[in-house]
Design a protein around this ligand. Structure first.
Ligand code: SF4
Ligand code: SF4
Length: 407
């Protein structure tokens, strides 16, 4: 079609104004490669600079499935990439071991906690030590915090519904979230309990594979998908819940990820059909309205993988509006990516910070004291934005506001 209606929805095009860094330009390049053009350094860079935010999918009137295309392009680039030994080892360690291992994540989380609790982190920031080591120092701003006790200890438990049991649901607790967002996971369980849900956190679950898919490693993602399906599907739950929109988007696409696997294709489809984002689920049931007022002005940042990946925009706003005393102040361009995008803010730090800077301008214009979103990755990015821009807004998940209102 080449209509260009996607251009203004694309954060990298908005920043750079370059056709080759627009959705239309990237589709053009993918088509060239599909028709036999070589994978050049320039092609790698333009595809790597894409946030895979899928804002272009929402804008496209012709139904171009850009998200699927860019994942395939990245897998193909990965298959034609030779890396140095250190980078290869690091990628294998992070994607193949760290994200998949409860023990390694716990060790990493404990070390991070020691760094923070000993005062080292504060000292290092106060002395500006990180600035001396350049790029690594910038990245430190984006590192998640450890939040002990870790949620790993809750995996395998079942939490009873408060009052009459209306639903039986399973919670996907994530991977890094068990270490860095343990309190968010606990709040999610409490809010579900308050809404008549018995909440199981099935043993055997693990990383959803979203980061693997976005990094061109679909084979690893398939392995993780099979593990999660085996752990959860046989429980016969009314819904499988996640509080992480980025994970939810991939969990809902297990059906496609495993469509060519004769043993798992049907099970994957069933699993994805039961997946619900926490905001989607709560907005679809009769919500417990016994809440105390929260007198605050809140602005809501759409997570790309919720708004564009899962087409969920109304549910989180409906939940926020249900909290007495809360005023929702919409920011301009709430559904434009904040620059987080999985590990994009680490591997494409300059562009990510540029996008975050513009996001913070629109946040600040609302006068809100709280920024709500529905994805832990976006929370980390926005927290960094608040710090870097010398502001004081609290950054929370929608579920944490509900949890506060129920207490
Ligand atoms: S996914 Fe996002 S960054 Fe990538 S081309 Fe589409 S709108 Fe632009
Ligand atoms: S991707 Fe969609 S919106 Fe963008 S140029 Fe092509 S047809 Fe138009």
């Amino acid at each position: 079609m080449h209509c260009g209606l996607c251009l203004n929805a694309c954060p990298t095009y908005r920043e750079l104004g370059l056709e080759m860094d627009s959705p239309r330009g990237r589709v053009y390049q993918m088509v060239q490669v599909a028709n036999g053009a070589p994978i050049t350094e320039s092609y790698r860079e333009h595809i790597a600079l894409c946030l895979a935010c899928r804002g272009c999918e929402t804008a496209c009137p012709s139904g171009v499935r850009y998200g699927r295309m860019v994942e395939d392009a990245r897998a193909e680039i990965e298959a034609h990439t030779t890396r140095g030994r250190l980078e290869t080892w690091l990628r294998q360690f992070v994607f193949g071991r760290l994200l998949q291992s409860r023990a390694l994540l716990s060790v990493a989380g404990s070390m991070l906690y020691l760094y923070e609790a000993s005062g080292m982190k504060t000292l290092v920031r106060a002395l500006g030590v990180m600035k001396l080591i350049g790029r690594l120092g910038d990245l430190e701003q984006l590192a998640p915090s450890a939040d002990p006790p870790f949620f790993f200890s809750q995996i395998g438990r079942t939490f009873p519904a408060q009052g009459e049991r209306r639903y039986r649901v399973a919670l996907m607790a994530g991977c890094i979230a068990n270490v860095s967002f343990a309190r968010l996971n606990e709040a999610t369980v409490r809010v579900l309990q308050k809404n008549g849900c018995e909440v199981a956190v099935p043993e055997g679950q693990g990383c959803c594979g979203a980061l693997h898919v976005h990094s061109g490693l679909p084979g690893d993602a398939r392995k993780l998908a099979r593990r999660n399906i085996d752990a959860v599907l046989s429980g016969g739950f009314d819904a499988i819940i996640t509080n992480a929109a980025g994970c939810g988007s991939t969990l809902k696409e297990y059906g496609e990820l495993l469509e060519d696997d004769p043993e798992y294709a049907a099970k994957a489809k069933q699993f994805s059909g039961s997946m619900r984002d926490i905001t989607e689920f709560l907005a679809s049931i009769e919500l417990n309205r016994q809440m105390r007022p929260l007198n605050a002005t809140v602005t809501y940042q759409d997570s790309c993988h919720l708004a564009h990946g899962q087409k969920i925009r109304t549910a989180p706003r409906k939940l926020l509006s249900a909290i007495p005393g809360l005023t929702l102040a919409e920011m301009r361009g709430a559904d434009i990516c904040c620059g987080s995008a999985g590990i994009y803010n680490v591997v494409q730090n300059d562009m990510s910070m540029q996008i975050l800077g513009h996001k913070m301008e629109t946040v600040n214009a609302t006068g809100a004291t709280i920024i709500a979103t529905a994805n832990p990755g976006c929370m980390l990015q926005l927290q960094a934005g608040v710090r870097m821009h010398g502001k004081s807004q609290r950054v929370v998940h929608v579920v944490e506001l509900l949890d506060a209102a129920y207490q």
